[in-house]
Ligand binder design. Structure first.
Ligand code: FMN
Length: 171
């Protein structure tokens, strides 16, 4: 499968088997995030790999979109490392950098036969508190990952893609 085929084939999976993810696959997924580009190469990301029963339960108590996945990647950036754009005071590229990392991991996971769902509906402070994260980390996204159950299928939203000319303008 080439890259465009993979990007089109991937869809959000919201039900996972209990099976563990092989360590080598998990490492490749994390490695794909590690090499993501970032503003000024600051690499402000920090990924908390939530695997233990205890940590997964804490996370599930503050976010109902963990889907009982065997692993949830909590994608954060470090406020003290992220790039500040002095042409736009107050702008901080941490969220953008973390989103690129999360995208790399999501697509590498699919390449490995591991499904995921990007989750953004949570209260970041509640997650930080539940997992006792250090104060300088901002939680940007959750990525529950694992093997999809046999009945997993794309939702209608997956195929609701805006037309080429609607989202792209040549100038
Ligand atoms: C920034 C972002 C936040 C999202 N938050 C959630 C979420 O909280 N819960 C959920 O079930 N799906 C969430 N999704 C998944 C989207 O609903 C999904 O990607 C979109 O409907 C397209 O479907 P597809 O991923 O199957 O192609 C999120 C996706 C993105 C990119």
């Amino acid at each position: 499968m080439n890259f465009l085929e993979l990007a089109k084939a991937r869809y959000s999976v919201r039900s996972f088997k209990k099976d563990d993810i092989e360590e080598s696959k998990l490492n490749d997924i994390l490695e794909a995030g590690r090499v993501a580009p970032s503003a000024c190469n600051k690499q402000p990301q920090k990924i908390f790999v939530v695997k233990s029963e205890e940590a997964r339960a804490k996370l599930a108590s503050v976010c109902r979109f963990t889907f009982d996945a065997p692993v949830v990647l909590v994608v954060c950036y470090d406020k003290e490392r992220s790039w500040q754009n002095d042409l736009m005071p107050g702008y901080n590229s941490g969220e953008t950098d973390a989103a690129i990392v999360c995208t790399h991991m999501m697509l590498e996971a699919w390449e490995q036969g591991i499904s995921s769902c990007w989750v953004g509906w949570f209260n970041a402070d509640e997650i930080a508190k539940a997992l006792s994260l250090p104060e300088n980390f901002c939680v940007c996204s959750l990525l529950p990952i694992g093997y999809a159950t046999d009945d997993a299928a794309p939702t209608k939203l997956h195929t609701r893609i805006r037309e080429f000319d609607d989202t792209i303008a040549f100038m």
